[in-house]
Design a protein around this ligand. Structure first.
Ligand SMILES: [Zn+2]
Length: 185
């Protein structure tokens, strides 16, 4: 997996890029939680669920089905009761789906561990993408403070942080340009 902080960074950058100016802070926070939550499945090791099991690490919680369900719950958590389910809530559902699904896809770009059960529970096979440029992160905090951890951070800075920063910059420039054009009569 990329490190948890990297998953959260993508979510926050994407949320900042698409959110309207008046979006509540909860929107970004919910996106960050959606992006990180799949890795809660490392708890499976503590209760003796094998890595290869569908409920093991990189199993169901990294699938598109899980992303769909979690995104629905996240959208409901931001629902304004007085308005009912609106297009805004549908947008939240779709956005949180992509954010949660990005976790499994990013993990599938790493070069180690077992693959990702992207299609679980319909197909429990583990998949990697054909191109795996990101160094796989060690499980646990200790591994990050090592030579291996430094290699992982360099890899994530180049393949994930840099494109995320570019996305954010591009979004800020587009918004600034739109504001400028609106000032013209
Ligand atoms: Zn993961």
């Amino acid at each position: 997996m990329p490190t948890t902080i990297t998953h959260a960074l993508i979510a926050v950058c994407a949320a900042k890029a698409v959110a309207p100016a008046n979006a509540p802070t909860r929107f970004c926070a919910t996106a960050a939680i959606c992006s990180m939550l799949p890795d809660a499945d490392v708890l499976a090791f503590l209760v003796g669920i094998p890595y290869r099991h569908v409920l093991g690490h990189r199993g169901f919680s990294h699938s598109l089905s899980f992303a769909f369900l979690l995104a629905g719950a996240a959208a409901v958590s931001l629902l304004r009761r007085e308005d009912g389910f609106t297009r805004r809530d549908l947008f939240h559902w779709v956005f949180f789906f992509f954010i949660t699904a990005s976790h499994g896809v990013l993990d599938a770009l790493t070069d180690g561990g077992l693959g990702i059960a992207l299609l679980a529970p319909f197909d429990n096979q583990r998949y990697f993408l054909p191109w795996t440029p990101i160094e796989v992160s060690p499980i646990g905090i200790q591994g990050l403070f090592s030579r291996r951890g430094w290699l992982v951070m360099q890899s994530e800075l180049f393949w994930v942080w840099l494109p995320s920063a570019c996305l954010l910059l591009l979004s800020a420039m587009t918004r600034a340009a739109r504001r400028k054009w609106r000032r013209f009569p």
